[in-house]
Design a binder for this molecule. Structure first.
Ligand code: SF4
Ligand code: FES
Length: 251
């Protein structure tokens, strides 16, 4: 296969960026998207040129590192697929493919396709954890949890923190990510002691980071590689309302 890649090149957050075309020949439909970029980078290095910086880690769809906007869609044309799990068989010989970084004020460009997603880490650090002692592995089974609740908590826990929801949203909202993290812990017994403080702290941090508000476009759900459903945002709003009401009653 032969593809032309228009890749966003940018030295750092403050530098101007631009799309630079690269023709990549001799790749096969069995290669993953990131393997194709590896091939390009090997050739750039051989020519004494600067390789394209892109983020990746597991290459198995579980770490959330490999965010790229491919032809205008975060993680590319396949639903429920991370960039690392996308293969060239999804494209045609001779295609021109445009590759850009996540674009959001809260995710500044580090270099080329790499953005700084530490804003997500700071939201988690604000309250997205359980500090009660939950015991070792057998203790987890000592607290019975109904199947529907366990399934819903597992659905929320599937969020890999990739940030595609932010990149797809016209408001650069992080509501789907925060909703998944809040919902996961709010449903489980171990999450109850810090339930109200957690949602308030995480939403406050989300707002400090400069993410926009949710206005129900649904683009986040459409591009989420883990299929996190939009109704978790409703759950997040109810959790926040519940926490405010409890605080008001407590005075
Ligand atoms: S909600 Fe989906 S798109 Fe957003 S960070 Fe989590 S896995 Fe990625
Ligand atoms: S590299 Fe880990 S999800 Fe793609």
């Amino acid at each position: 296969m032969r593809v032309t890649l228009n890749i966003w090149r940018q030295a750092d957050a403050g530098a101007p960026g631009k799309l630079v075309p690269y023709v990549v020949e001799g790749v096969t439909e069995h290669m993953s998207f990131l393997e194709m970029l590896d091939v390009l980078n090997e050739r750039l290095i051989d020519r004494g040129e600067e390789p394209v910086a892109f983020d990746h880690d597991c290459r198995e769809g579980v770490c959330g590192a490999c965010g790229q906007v491919i032809d205008g869609v975060p993680h590319g044309p396949h639903q429920r697929t991370t960039t690392c799990q996308l293969h060239l068989r999804s494209f045609r010989d001779g295609d021109t493919i445009t590759i850009e970084p996540w674009r959001a004020q809260a995710f500044p460009v580090v270099k080329d396709l790499v953005v700084d997603r530490a804003a997500f880490d700071r939201i988690i650090a604000a309250g997205g954890y359980v500090s009660v002692h939950t015991g070792s592995a057998p203790d987890g089974n000592a607290i019975p949890i109904g199947k529907p609740v366990a399934e819903r908590a597992m659905d929320a826990a599937e969020c890999i923190g990739c940030g595609a929801c932010v990149a797809a949203c016209p408001n650069a909202s992080a509501m789907l990510f925060v909703a998944a993290k809040v919902t996961q812990l709010a449903l489980l017994p171990q999450g109850q002691p810090e339930r109200e403080a957690r949602v308030q702290a995480m939403v406050a941090q989300m707002e400090r980071e400069g993410f926009g508000a949710c206005t129900n476009h649904g683009e986040c759900e459409a591009v989420c590689p883990k299929g996190i459903p939009l109704d978790f945002i409703g759950k997040l709003n109810r959790e926040l309302l519940r926490a405010s009401a409890k605080q008001a009653v407590a005075g």
